[in-house]
Design a protein around this ligand. Structure first.
Ligand code: PHE
Length: 438
């Protein structure tokens, strides 16, 4: 009798352990599917749809390459894309759907910080990792420990442009014209002001607009009265092109400065010749001759017949950072994947080396680009790295042989020696305007 009992016990526990293996501990659900499901939410329609289209293109290209090379962990990546129309409430809704209905294991998106801020709490509550390729407002990753980005943040981006204004353009006064509804624009206005003031400059006028406005002449007239040396317009391409045009029509010919939000192939049509004498901070330069960057530029152009803007480059990097983290985690289990993304160090991206810091942000250099409406090109001016970091060869510079400490600022832009710095700065040697300064 006791032998029978023992046999039953052994058989039962054996069957039970098989069941456990099949159900398989914490990783089993995450790794059960035939593919690894990646949710993408971007604006494919609406006021800033070129952001979403470029982001989708960048992610699709990366995923195509990754899958062709055999996928990750023996599986193909399956991307499920949602259009949020550039609306924060919609961003939240589609991320809810991606997580609860499609059961994605990770989320990539959004571009505009306000949209990422709306959706990030959904991913955080579900404990599904989210990587924003391009949202730069600091609050985005503050939402929680599952929220990451592969781009720099706006306190840095704002300071880069303030330094460029004060040191390179020798500006003493600035006006700011920002989008009152955008977290991105509000943040950059604040950070620019802080740094510009610190450098001895004065913000003499601040004006506001709202997305989808088309007549900016009232605010611009107020700015004109103060005759600032530069005008900082931290907005998105849909408005800034028209703002530049209307400013020039009012006879305001001073440099107009912006940020990454200007970057769109559509900007040229909106701004036209008014984009002469404008400069933006951005994530990478398509002119960078580094082979790994040109390889990406060529593959992207071959597939989409357009040059990759910074959104496309960041999106491409975000997908590769994800693939790299999946490999290191050895599983798509959400918590292990989260930890692996957090541990990303010196990942060689198209937009520079990506290391994720304790705030889940990427620490990396920015470039300053000059816009040339004649040939619709962006000329590399300078690379500025955050304090304490060096500039690697893939870090957005045309100078591949200069020492990181080389300070070389376009000669035609004035007071070049005033570039302060515990920061690494590299400028374009290929640009004839800088050669005189060497
Ligand atoms: N940084 C912008 C934001 O946070 C988005 C953006 C990134 C737009 C790069 C264009 C290029 O809102």
């Amino acid at each position: 009798m006791s032998k029978i009992f023992l046999a039953i016990t052994i058989i039962t526990s054996f069957l039970f352990s098989i069941a456990c293996v099949q159900k398989g501990g914490p990783d089993a659900d995450a790794d059960a599917g035939k593919t690894i499901k990646v949710g993408m939410y971007v604006d494919l329609t609406g006021a800033t749809s070129s952001f979403g289209v470029s982001t989708k293109n960048g992610i699709d290209l990366a995923v195509e390459e990754i899958n062709k090379a055999g996928g990750v962990l023996g599986k193909q990546l399956e991307v499920i894309t949602e259009d949020d129309q550039g609306r924060p409430e919609q961003a939240k809704t589609v991320v809810q759907k991606l997580i609860s209905q499609d059961k994605v294991q990770v989320v990539l998106g959004e571009v505009a910080s306000t949209n990422s801020l709306a959706a990030a709490p959904v991913a955080q509550d579900a404990k599904i990792p989210m990587i924003s390729p391009s949202s730069t407002n600091p609050k985005v990753t503050e939402v929680g420990d599952y929220i990451f980005r592969v781009c720099f943040i706006d306190p840095f981006q704002g300071s880069v442009m303030a330094k460029f204004a004060a040191n390179d353009l020798n500006a003493k006064t600035a006006a700011i014209f920002g989008d009152v509804q955008s977290d991105y624009s509000k943040g950059l206005s604040q950070y620019f002001t802080q740094e510009f003031t610190k450098l001895g400059g004065t913000v003499v006028e601040e004006q506001k607009y709202t997305q989808n406005d088309t007549d900016f002449k009232g605010q611009l007239t107020s700015i004109r009265q103060k005759n600032p040396d530069v005008i900082y317009v931290p907005g998105y391409y849909g408005e800034v092109g028209i703002i530049a045009k209307q400013a020039r029509e009012l006879g305001m010919m001073q440099p107009i400065l912006g940020g990454d939000g200007w970057d769109s192939p559509k900007l040229w049509d909106l701004g036209g010749a008014a984009l002469k004498n404008t400069y933006i901070s951005n994530h990478y330069s398509v002119e960078n001759p580094a082979p790994e960057i040109q390889k990406f530029v060529q593959a992207y152009q071959a597939k989409y017949n357009v040059k990759p803007d910074s959104l496309a480059a960041l999106a491409y990097d975000a997908a590769y950072v994800l693939a790299d983290a999946l490999k290191r985690a050895g599983t798509a289990d959400a918590q292990k994947l989260r930890d692996a993304i957090a541990a990303t160090k010196d990942f060689k991206g198209v937009t520079g080396n990506i290391s994720i810091n304790d705030q889940r942000d990427a620490v990396k250099p920015a470039v300053v680009l000059a816009l040339n409406p004649d040939d619709k090109s962006l000329t590399f001016k300078t690379t500025i790295a955050p304090a304490g970091t060096a500039i690697s060869d893939n870090a957005n510079t045309n100078v591949t042989n200069a020492a990181p400490s080389n300070i070389n600022v376009p000669a035609n832009l004035g007071n070049s020696n005033a570039v302060t710095t515990n920061e690494a700065i590299k400028s374009s040697a290929a640009d004839p305007s800088t050669a005189a300064n060497k």
